[in-house]
Design a protein around this ligand. Structure first.
Ligand code: ACO
Length: 330
């Protein structure tokens, strides 16, 4: 039995820090409102000329270095994003494949919004289990700063840019290490309208002079998404625990999607899992959609908060609507 594992994990964020105070200079908001309603203190935005594929490539290079995997040795690149370099095609994964010089790799984007990295990890795990692929690069990367209406305080304060990357491969050792044991993936397309970019696709194509430019940006019904998210996090944790006979005490850390600290506090309350078990770094990065989980996981590893053999859960939720999580024995 081939056992897929996370050989390395890394992240990259642009060097441009944007604080709540910076935003309050360009829209009617305040540091106090943003912190008290979301937990966010700052976020990173890309610099001019810097694109999703650039930050994704940087995160990927760090992961490859850590795993000692060369560009030639990558068989597949799966890039989860909602803010691709281009609408539809070419995929951002193909641009990353070229920037890395990964000439033996197939590459494609995965569209599961903020749950994209969770879906990508499980997708890669199954490619590894097929026995036909050795090294898979899974990336969650976003440039949400270019998909937001910077005059809409309801959304513009919530998001940031960043990229996370993992090399997933087969564990050929006897001992277990950071193995992807089980994943729970779900979608609820009936909630599609609560979180979307209304125009630019084939439902509402861009027509010069007709399309409202605001419809090209992220639209979100915050209250609907909040209610969905609390249930999604709760259901995912309980399902992962039930399917894998995990008790609360046997879980070392939960690595959740970082959208709003209040969503996590509510889910912690509903599951009776102490909030301290949820790794939270939203204050520094804001919501980087598909990148939040790999960024958080990298920090958990670098801070040595988890050791070999610890049980961890990732939990994602987002546009689509999508939700789910991975059970990983670190
Ligand atoms: N600064 C100041 N005031 C603001 C801001 C802001 N940035 N944004 C909204 N307000 C105001 C509103 O206009 C409203 O004013 P009013 O009462 O005069 O009408 C007031 O604050 C309260 O607005 P609500 O929308 O009720 O605020 P709420 O407490 O619900 O928080 C939020 C809004 C943070 C969006 C919340 O609904 C939420 O967290 N939703 C979950 C969605 C989420 O996290 N999405 C992230 C992306 S999706 C994903 O990752 C899955």
């Amino acid at each position: 039995m081939v056992r897929p594992y996370i050989k390395s994990i890394s992240y990259y964020v642009p060097d441009n820090i944007v604080t709540n105070d910076d935003l309050s200079k360009i829209m009617d908001t305040s540091d106090e409102w943003i912190i008290s309603h979301t937990g966010i203190k700052q976020r990173y935005f890309v610099n001019e000329g810097e694109n999703n594929s650039d930050i994704a490539t940087k995160a990927a290079k760090i992961a490859m270095e850590k795993a000692e995997v060369t560009a030639d040795e990558i068989d597949l690149i799966i890039l989860a994003t909602t803010s691709a370099d281009y609408v539809g095609f070419p995929s951002t994964a193909c641009l990353v494949q070229d920037k890395l010089g990964a000439k033996n790799a197939g590459a494609y984007d995965l569209g599961a919004a903020c749950t994209g990295f969770v879906f990508g990890v499980e997708t890669a795990a199954n490619f590894i289990k097929s026995g036909n692929y050795k090294n898979i690069l899974v990336i969650g990367s976003e440039v949400l700063s270019r998909t937001m209406d910077m005059t809409d305080r309801n959304t513009a304060v919530l998001f940031g840019d960043g990229a996370g990357a993992a090399i997933i491969t087969a564990n050929e050792d006897k001992e277990s290490k950071s193995e992807i044991i089980y994943s729970f993936l779900r979608s609820m397309g009936s909630g599609a309208d609560s979180l979307k970019r209304p125009a630019g696709g084939t439902t509402n194509p861009f027509v010069p002079g007709v399309t409202d430019p605001k419809d090209l940006y992220i639209y979100m019904n915050g209250r609907q998404v909040y209610n969905f998210a609390v249930k999604a996090v709760t259901d995912t944790i309980l399902k992962l625990m039930e399917k894998n006979n995990l008790t609360m005490d046997s879980i070392k850390y939960i690595i959740p999607h970082q959208a709003n600290i209040r969503i996590l506090e509510a889910a912690a309350g509903r599951t009776s899992i102490p909030i301290e078990k949820f790794y939270i770094n939203i204050e520094n990065f804001a919501n980087t959609s598909a990148a939040t989980i790999p960024i958080a996981l990298t920090e958990v590893v670098e801070k040595k908060l988890i050791q070999r053999g610890d049980n961890i859960l990732t939990v994602g939720f987002g546009g689509g609507l999508t939700f789910g999580g991975n059970y990983i024995k670190w």
